[in-house]
Design a protein around this ligand. Structure first.
Ligand code: ADP
Ligand code: MG
Length: 846
């Protein structure tokens, strides 16, 4: 049965109400509250029963056929919502807006919130160490404005990039946006790519929020930024019904203030997840994240996504690490205190737009309890953080909130004795009544002479007097007992006195629960008043935690403070790859990396498995660590500040988008060639391997020459084309190789990088190590001998050197170019164009 095809006039009033609400949320799964359940009807119900493996039932809603229905109990709805949202569904929660017991006619219902991947606030699916961003993209003539927010932490950012779809995709992926809002006319292909290939949620909206949250942009001059904010806020506030009072500031992110890395580089260097398993374990962040709080972890991740370019800021972080290493006792104490700090940022988010419960409030209290002591220490250390005094809030929470509260807010046990006199009074009435009832058993036994008489309680019947079957005949009229229930072995009675006391107790109980709930809400309001202060504290604690984490890494991994140079020189002595060093079972062989100002390129040769790729990654990782303000794995390190890092490493086939290895390789290389400056770092690992030998080698050489002569940035270029080592003649290029030695047909890798080149690949030796069949290896050796014999002269290098010349264009080129310059296509007739084409062709033949 399809929702859109039913005869609405026949529907019951309840289902009519459902239809009206569902009409406003056609793209969401509507969780429709009916008593103790959320029900889903029609297509929503069928889909949910399938996705959640729940029974599909039906409801008679006035139609001949029953309406498909699927329900989940309201108190355990959380995991179901998480499952659906993580699968990419949007959910609209429709609640009863009146108390059904007092409502006249049909209970009023309405959607109170919409939840989607990008706007999750208080669900387990949020990972502490990750932000959960939703972003809006506005398309202006020359650029894109991207406004993004994590509403679970109440942060809001704006950044701008040139109008280039590749860059846009790159930025969206690097920011790890979960959901993106585009304007109506956005390129379909782009949207489909983001949706289908990268699994993002995409929505379309052309609306802008007016008259709310203006304070967020009152100081912003740039109209594009204001529009960006209004565009995102409309979606969050109007479409998703979110409260956003916890967003206290807008941060404008200027991409050129940070070390630029495209999405391939971030992946290739395994900054946040490993290439193969896509897991955080064994990534660089995994290694560096020793933060005690989730806020600290997120801060570190943010630093690692945006390494600095400003020398002063970098040195500030180095200095703080040095201070912490000297004051190691204070550092230990701070570490322990941070252990008591919970995720204040997300707790603030829950207070404003989530379901803050009493346990959360206790977490806030516990976090506040260590602030005075942390504050004292950081001011002694001279760190630039200033935590506001939250003693008043702390005292309130300490006085008010019961130590062991339930998760629910409508069960009582939230508020401590002594906080509110009315509550205390009600509690004493309740306990007085309970005591009286407890003593009633003894009294009634005496009065009636029935020794086995008991007083008990059930939820359904309330308090009762129970008398076993054998003694029922002793019940006399004068007792005033009234029979209520007959069980197998006993009868249950009530008496007027019992009912009177019971009413007292139950009445008090009900009032207690209501009062505790409203007291809790007023305490929540007090917390909300402090939200901006709490968020500022959270930011400072996050940074403190992150810097302590880096200091701990420095100790644990024997890192050294880098020296930042103003000239383009790299001098790393005994550098190591920090992750490989930790993870590999073998002893790690440290390596120097020396490049003076004149050296642009290190051309790295060496057998397979010798450690070329590791050496290249090692340099990039050291640079990135240095620019986030961390110490680095080396004996000593002197480095300039880099502006961008590009990599083309290994076989990172883009399996999802289905492009061939070689195409991906060329696209990544092109990206580097177009965007690199002389202050960039490029890593090209065995470029050209994805195509035929001569093709590959020629391309590799041309690219190498281009980078060395045109871009002149620091470049590591590994190759298995030994012919290329002859290029050392060109200034700026230096040969190094990774050592290995062969004995009795076995090869040993030393992983040591030395000057000069080698000319052996040991491919067959590696095949042997991999356990290939013996006779296959023997055959390969025979073939190799044949090739080596017939190929002694190796003419390749001589030919290609001539073919690739990146000096000024030859005269022929300029003639063609000159002619092209003169042409004004707008003034050409089709005939002219034809003639011109002919002429150009002739020119090019010369
Ligand atoms: P290549 O790129 O030359 O084929 P890799 O860099 O992939 O070699 O390294 C091959 C293996 O050698 C890896 O398993 C790596 O862990 C190990 N390795 C590389 N460099 C070192 C080193 N400096 N010390 C110890 N082991 C290393
Ligand atoms: Mg390699």
């Amino acid at each position: 049965m399809k929702r859109n095809e039913v005869d609405r006039s026949k529907l019951s009033p309840g289902m009519k109400q459902y239809m009206e609400i569902k009409d406003q949320y056609p793209n969401e799964l509507l969780f429709f509250r009916l008593g103790d359940f959320y029900e889903l009807f029609f297509e929503d119900g069928i889909l949910c029963s399938r996705e959640l493996e729940l029974t599909l039932t039906g409801k008679s809603g006035g139609l001949e056929e029953r309406i498909p229905m699927c329900g989940v109990p309201f108190h355990s709805v959380q995991p179901y919502i998480e499952k659906l949202v993580s699968k990419g569904y949007r959910i609209a929660i429709c609640e009863q807006l009146e108390d059904p017991s007092t409502a006249k006619g049909m209970v009023k219902r309405g959607v109170v919130q919409v939840i989607s991947k990008g706007t999750v606030v208080d669900y387990e699916m949020l990972k502490g160490y990750d932000n959960n961003y939703i972003g809006g993209v506005l398309d202006f003539t020359n650029l894109y404005t991207i406004t993004y927010s994590d509403i679970s932490t109440g942060s809001l950012y704006i950044t701008e990039i040139p109008k280039d779809e590749d860059k846009l995709i790159n930025t969206i992926l690097n920011l790890n946006l979960k959901e993106v809002i585009f304007q109506k006319d956005t390129n379909e292909e782009l949207i489909n790519l983001l949706k289908n290939t990268y699994g993002l949620e995409v929505s379309i909206s052309d609306e802008y929020l007016e008259d709310r949250y203006e304070s967020l942009y009152k100081d912003i001059k740039e109209m594009r930024h204001i529009l960006g904010i209004k565009h995102l806020l409309y979606y969050l506030v109007v479409r998703q019904l979110k409260e956003l009072d916890h967003i206290d500031q807008v941060k404008i992110v200027y991409p050129d203030e940070y070390l630029e890395m495209d999405v391939h580089t971030v992946r290739n260097l395994e900054l946040f997840e490993t290439l193969r398993l896509k897991e955080r374990t064994y990534s660089l962040i995994w290694l560096l994240d020793k933060a005690k709080t989730a806020m600290g972890s997120r801060c570190l991740k943010n630093w690692l996504s945006n390494p600095l370019k400003d020398k002063e800021q970098i040195i500030k972080r180095y200095n703080m690490i040095d201070t912490l290493r000297n004051e190691f006792i204070t550092k230990e104490e701070l570490t322990n205190e941070l252990d008591s700090v919970y995720d204040l940022e997300r707790l603030c988010g829950k207070a404003v737009c989530g379901n803050l419960n009493a346990r959360d409030v206790l977490q806030i209290k516990k976090s506040l309890s260590v602030l005075p002591s942390i504050g004292e220490k950081i001011s002694k250390l001279g760190f630039p953080y200033k935590l506001t005094d939250e003693t008043k809030l702390y005292n309130l929470l300490e006085e008010a909130i019961y130590e062991n509260p339930p998760i629910g807010l409508k069960e009582g046990y939230l508020i401590k004795d002594g906080y509110n006199s009315e509550l205390d009074e009600l509690k004493s009435i309740r306990s007085g009544g309970k005591e009286f009832i407890a003593s009633l058993e003894e009294q009634e036994r005496e009065r009636t002479g029935i020794k086995t008489l008991k007083v008990g309680y059930t939820k359904v019947f309330g308090y009762y007097i129970e008398i076993s079957k054998g003694q029922c005949d002793q019940v006399k009229d004068e007792f005033g007992y009234e029979r209520r229930q007959t069980l197998v072995n006993c009868e249950r009675f009530i008496s007027p006195l019992l009912k009177e006391k019971e009413a007292l107790v139950l009445n008090a109980e009900e009032k207690i629960i209501d009062l505790e709930y409203s007291l809790f809400l007023s305490i929540k309001e007090e917390i909300k008043k402090e939200i901006f202060n709490l968020k500022a504290i959270a930011r400072d604690l996050a940074e403190l935690d992150a810097i302590i984490s880096l200091a701990t890494c420095a100790d644990e991994y024997s890192l050294v403070r880098p020296e930042i140079l103003n000239e383009r020189r790299v001098e790393i002595v005994d550098g190591r790859h920090p992750v490989v060093e930790r993870v590999s079972k073998k002893e790690y062989v440290s390596n120097d990396c020396m490049m003076n100002e004149e050296t642009n390129t290190l051309l790295i040769t060496g057998p397979n498995m010798s450690g070329k790729s590791t050496f290249m990654r090692q340099l990039a990782v050291i640079i990135i660590m240095a620019q986030i303000g961390s110490f680095v794995p080396a004996k000593s390190a002197k480095l300039p500040i880099f502006d961008k890092i590009f990599t083309r490493i290994g076989a990172s086939d883009d399996l999802v988008s289905g492009e061939s290895t070689f195409m991906v390789e060329m696209m990544e290389a092109k990206n580097a060639l177009i965007n690199a400056t002389s202050n960039s770092l490029i890593l090209f690992d065995e470029l050209g391997r994805g195509t035929a030998t001569y093709d590959g080698m020629s391309l590799a050489q041309a690219i190498l020459e281009y980078v060395n002569e045109r871009i002149k940035c620091k470049t590591l270029f590994s190759t298995h084309y030994h012919e290329l080592t002859a290029l050392e003649k060109i200034s700026g290029i230096k040969n190094v190789h990774v050592e290995a030695y062969e004995k009795d047909g076995n090869v040993t890798f030393l992983h040591k990088v030395k000057e000069g080149s080698v000319d052996k690949s040991y491919g067959i030796h590696v095949a042997k190590l991999a356990g290939m069949p013996e006779h296959l290896l023997k055959r390969a050796n025979e073939i190799l001998k044949y090739y080596e014999g017939s190929n002694k002269e190796n003419p390749i290098i001589a030919e290609t050197q001539v073919a690739f010349n990146f000096d000024e264009p030859t005269p022929v080129h300029s003639e063609v170019l000159d002619r092209l310059e003169e042409i004004d296509p707008l003034k050409c007739t089709p005939m002219d164009a034809m003639n011109l084409l002919y002429e150009l062709k002739e020119l090019s033949k010369k």
